[in-house]
Design a protein. Structure first.
Length: 103
């Protein structure tokens, strides 16, 4: 019975470690913004996107062009697609760094 408090302490601390080790992908999905593809510009490697607020880059809802980091997605994306995305500022441009097409 002397080991019961030690076992309980280990069980509680291992549970806390599991919470602290939440995968980055799970955290990133909560920070994704939402938008709709208006036009795809494959040659320019850009999309025209109507979107809601993007807290990660402190941007208000608007419609504007974004570069696309994974250019292979430009063959899949089409007008009207609803997406969730992550964006970042690269120099004077904004780039979509992660895109999930919503079904």
């Amino acid at each position: 019975m002397k080991f019961a408090p030690l076992i309980l302490a280990l069980a509680l601390s291992s549970g806390a470690m599991v919470q602290a080790q939440t995968p980055p992908a799970a955290k990133a999905s909560t920070a994704l913004a939402s938008g709709e593809i208006i036009t795809v510009y494959p040659k320019e490697k850009k999309v025209l996107l109507k979107h809601g607020p993007i807290p990660s880059i402190n941007m208000a809802p608007m419609t504007m062009e974004y570069g696309v980091k994974e250019t292979k997605l430009l063959t899949v994306l089409k007008k009207g697609d609803k997406i969730r995305f992550a964006a970042e500022s690269v120099g004077s441009d904004y780039v979509l760094t992660h895109i999930e097409i919503q079904k």
